[in-house]
Design a protein around this ligand. Sequence first.
Ligand SMILES: [Mg+2]
Length: 281
Amino acid sequence: MTQQIIWSNILLQCKKNVQKKIKPYFKTLSKPQPDLGVGAGGDQLKQVDLAAEKAIINTLKRHKISFTLISEESGVKEYGKTPHEHFVTTDPIDGTTNLMRGIPFYATSIAVSTKPFLNNIHTALVTDLTHNITYLAKKGKGAYREGRKIGPSKNAVLEEAVIGIDLNTYNVLELAPRVTRLIQRTKHIRHLGANALELCYVADGTTDAFLDLRGKLRTTDMAAACLIIKEAGAKITTPNGKPLNAKLSPKQKVSFIAASNPKIHKAILNLVKPRLKKEAK
Ligand SMILES: [Mg+2]
């Protein structure tokens, strides 16, 4: 057995290293980027994504940790002698398009688990890389933003709620009717472009809900934020209100409704549910 690993400290070192290693690329973001093909998650690879991923891998290696990496960029890779001891699921940069275009909303996302499933995540970090704000959660120990315990909003009035919806899909004709009634009822709809961070906003009460019904979000993108949201005391379920669990893999897709409290969650669920007859599970 290896010595006890303080994962929260390791993840903080990972994010520091990510911040350091991506900096040099900021100067050339507006220039044409080399064609690196697509990553395991299917998105076009950028140098900055790979640099962030390498920073995470190297930090873990430096601590002589054996682990299985489950990454949006490289896919599944094993490191060390006992790689199934720890599963490290990461979207090294969530919101790369925002970063490339200078929109200050992107994050690094890292989750650690004992098995490759959402429910087995025990430590998670999401860092807003523009503002250097870190969300950290440990299973059973709560969620923290820059060291301060966080909780979701208590607002239960849909009309006053700030609600994020990921509308980024070619299947908008299919998606739009599902969310029409919700959009009609609310005044403040947002789509900020980095799901991990948008979920953290629900966790700390910045927004009241965030939903992604597209069926195309990878578990690598939301693994860390999923623990953060649960530990903060907010709610995250499938679009049918069932408990959310899924395999951690760059190929595994999920849909979900995350909301600050059961009342808002139920209100949203009722508005989108009748349109979801074909939704799996
Ligand atoms: Mg990414």
